[in-house]
Every structure is written in structure tokens, then in C-alpha cells.
Design a protein around this ligand. Structure first.
Ligand SMILES: O=C(O)[C@H](O)[C@@H](O)[C@H](O)[C@H](O)COP(=O)(O)O
Length: 258
């Protein structure tokens, strides 16, 4: 089957260990290009199983942590040291093992946990401070956004059928009805995902095997949140998956190495 020019590139690995290694190389390459061009590397990270897959960045001398500006693609509205916090997870899995300046990690404001709208607006302002003075674009252009895939086709905290999928204006939006607990979250919106220079989905394990063909083989049929992530040219979308996750993908071309 012919793929459109901005079709996602599917890269499959025999194991999640091999995936982590190649993912680290991909990220380092993206970092190099961004730092050479702009002197910084802007990244958004998801929660779930993703932070664990970033282990190839630890003890990696090619990673220039002082050039990274890290945001969260979505965040649960809980204290920053709560077990449900995506920030807490990223600290445990990655940041406590590397030398990243703390001010380069942009968390939600923990003093605003009782006011969801204000928390979300404050996080949007945090993005504006990083992006608006430098880029003239209507939406921030992240150098890299790393996403996961939920079993229902969600990504970030953008869930199937949810009204936030129709958001055209805000950069960050709140929700209090996430079907995946906890219910209160904030998330980057689809226009932000679709303005990124690079989006990489990471999906491993057989519990992703039913969903992946719906996202990659039949995006138009199901229009699930993860298949709505298609940054416009010259943006790119890669799917880093293991063999178990892509076992049922039929038509989408798979490559074995970048
Ligand atoms: O905070 C969250 O819940 C995530 O950002 C969410 O979008 C996650 O990435 C997917 O649910 C996949 O989760 P797994 O990688 O654990 O399957």
C-alpha cells in the first residue's frame, strides 16, 4: 500500500532493550541538530512506560543536559512527589541519574493543584516564556515530543471522543474526566503536537498489538487520538515499537533500522 509523504515511520525492534538503545541514538541526533541550529533542545515527555525506555540516555556523554528544556506532554494534577506524578516518574527513572540543571525541568506549579484552570493556564504561560520570545509561530515548535500509546488509542491525556480533541487555540488544556486515573490532568493540545519538529511514539508489549493496526493501518476509519498526531511538513512522526506490539500491523511499512 502506498503511504502519504508525511506518514508515520514504523521502526520495530526484537526487544525493548534494543529499542532503548536506538531511541537514545535518535534523541542524541535530534539534540545535536537542534543545539547546532538554536543553541537549545526543547523536549516534552509523557508518563506511563516511556521514562523507563529512556535509560540509554543515562551515562551517555553525548547528551548535553544543560541544553535541554524539558516539559511534560501531560501531567497528572497531584503533588510533584506523588507516585502518580509524571514528573516524579521521570525523576526516578532518569533525572536523578543525570546532571540536568533543575531549572531546565518545567513542572506544573504545585501551589495551584486546587485550581485546575489556573494550573493549566500557568503551565501554558511557562511554555510561552520558553517559546514565544524566540519563535514567532502561533504554536510552540518543540524539537522533540515523546509519546506513549494507551490501550484505547489515547496519547498524552487526549482520549477518544473527548472534546479536547477539537481544541484549536490553547497550547495546554485541563481535564477532570480522564478515563485513565487520576481523572484530573493537564495536557498539551493536538495543535501543539502537530507543530512539533519531531514526534516519537514508543509502544512495547503485546497489550499494544490490537491497537497499533487501528492507528497505523486504518487511521481514517477510527481517527483515534494517536493517529491524529501528524505534524505538518517538515515535521516527522516515528513509532518505535517492539515485535510484540506490531505483530498485527498488516499494511503499514515497517523498517528494522533507522
Ligand atoms: O500520563 C499518562 O498517563 C501518559 O502520558 C499517557 O498518555 C501514557 O503515555 C499512555 O497511557 C501509555 O501508557 P503506557 O506507556 O504505560 O502504556
Amino acid at each position: 500500500m502506498r503511504q502519504p509523504p508525511n506518514a508515520p515511520v514504523l521502526v520495530s525492534f526484537p526487544s525493548s532493550a534494543e529499542l532503548s538503545e536506538d531511541l537514545a541514538s535518535y534523541i542524541v541526533k535530534a539534540q545535536k541538530e537542534s543545539v547546532e541550529k538554536k543553541g537549545r533542545f526543547t523536549v516534552a515527555l509523557s508518563g506511563g512506560s516511556l521514562p523507563k525506555q529512556l535509560k540509554g540516555l543515562k551515562d551517555n556523554p553525548a547528551v548535553k543536559w544543560d541544553k535541554w528544556q524539558v516539559f511534560y506532554a501531560d501531567e497528572r494534577v497531584v503533588p510533584l512527589d506523588h507516585p502518580d506524578s509524571n514528573h516524579n516518574l521521570c525523576v526516578t527513572e532518569l533525572f536523578q541519574h543525570v546532571h540536568i540543571p533543575p531549572e531546565n525541568i518545567h513542572t506544573i506549579d504545585p501551589t495551584l493543584l486546587d485550581d485546575l484552570e489556573e494550573l493549566s493556564d500557568a503551565y501554558e504561560k511557562e511554555l510561552i516564556r520558553e517559546f514565544a520570545q524566540r519563535d514567532s509561530a502561533r504554536f510552540p515548535v518543540f524539537d522533540l515530543i515523546l509519546l506513549g500509546l494507551g490501550p484505547d488509542g489515547h496519547t498524552c491525556s487526549l482520549f477518544p471522543g473527548h472534546e479536547l480533541l477539537r481544541e484549536t487555540d490553547r497550547w495546554v488544556a485541563p481535564l477532570d474526566d480522564s478515563p485513565k486515573p487520576p481523572p484530573k490532568r493537564i495536557t498539551l493540545t493536538l495543535p501543539v503536537l502537530n507543530h512539533a519538529s519531531r514526534v516519537v511514539f514508543v509502544a512495547t508489549g503485546e497489550n499494544k498489538a490490537e491497537m497499533l493496526p487501528l492507528i497505523l493501518d486504518e487511521p481514517e476509519e477510527y481517527k483515534l487520538p494517536a493517529s491524529l498526531v501528524r505534524p505538518a511538513h517538515p515535521g516527522s512522526v516515528y513509532w518505535f515499537v517492539d515485535n510484540a506490539a506490531c505483530a498485527k500491523v498488516q499494511f503499514h511499512k515497517t523498517i528494522l533500522k533507522l
